[in-house]
Write a protein that binds this ligand. Structure first.
Ligand SMILES: Cc1cc2nc3c(=O)[nH]c(=O)nc-3n(C[C@H](O)[C@H](O)[C@H](O)COP(=O)(O)O)c2cc1C
Length: 234
């Protein structure tokens, strides 16, 4: 229901303020998990739900964002986002999710394998989500990929490229985070895939808490001005 009148607005403001305070104290923790498949109830959703179940069990809130079925234009390489921190194309969900990842403790990227790589719509989303740059250093992250038969390794590595370049700490795992199947029934039969996803959820929960605890007692290293070359000149 929409907030009407000052008492409701005051209540909302207090709730919001309370959530920020809890966040600062490391009590309220949240993860955003992106489903890069157009299938809302498919294999990637199965793996994200397994991870989410473990995170929620550890007291961490999880939102699964459905991206694969959206209409998302690819990056045009215009460079307008540099310095502004938002994408010039503002008629889809990308900029909204930029705000959300900024206030999250953890980010999960999930994609089905399409022709040996990230599904097209999701690739467009991720290029524009990460390229404007923002301070995501020392958040926790994880990638998961699914396929019928092969191609998960390349896809898993491509997904991790976004996380590592953003300074996100990759969640330890027991195997590479892949699951097999063409639908959720087949995915549930991949016992090792299911075990791996649960392990990712458990490890991510612990990592988020460990990172939050570390941030209370020490500051991350100062890296100095960024050095950037293009192999021809500075
Ligand atoms: C366009 C397209 C390309 C695909 N390419 C591959 C592939 O290269 N290798 C593979 O094993 N499966 C491939 N698949 C199958 C999906 O990766 C697999 O069914 C996936 O687990 C589906 O996940 P979802 O239910 O979350 O969409 C492809 C499917 C589609 C629709």
């Amino acid at each position: 229901m929409a907030a009407t009148g000052w008492p409701k607005r005051a209540e909302l403001t207090l709730n919001c303020f309370g959530a920020i305070l809890l966040k600062l104290k490391g009590v309220f923790m949240n993860v955003i998990a992106f489903n890069g498949s157009p299938h809302k109830d498919g294999v990637i959703n199965t793996s994200l739900e397994l991870i989410a179940e473990e995170l929620r069990g550890a007291g961490i809130d999880v939102e699964i964002a459905q991206i694969g079925g959206e209409s998302i234009q690819g990056c045009t390489g215009c460079g307008a986002c540099r310095g502004k921190g938002i994408c010039r194309i503002d008629n889809d969900c990308v900029n909204d999710y930029r705000k959300k990842i900024n206030s999250s403790d953890g980010i999960v990227l999930g994609s089905p394998v399409y022709y040996g790589g990230i599904a097209g719509t999701f690739k467009s989303f991720l290029d524009r989500l990460f390229y404007p740059g923002q301070n995501l250093f020392w958040k926790a992250g994880a990638s998961v990929a699914s396929c019928r038969r092969t191609g998960t390794m390349a896809t898993f590595q491509q997904l991790n490229n976004y996380l590592t370049l953003a300074g996100i700490v990759i969640t330890p795992t027991v195997y590479w985070n892949v699951i097999h199947g063409n639908n959720k029934t087949e995915a549930a039969e991949d016992a090792e895939g299911v075990y791996t996803m649960r392990a990712v959820g458990k490890n991510m929960a612990w990592l988020i808490k460990a990172l939050n605890a570390a941030k209370q007692t020490s500051t991350p290293p100062e890296l100095g001005p960024k050095v950037r070359t293009n192999f021809i000149r500075i």
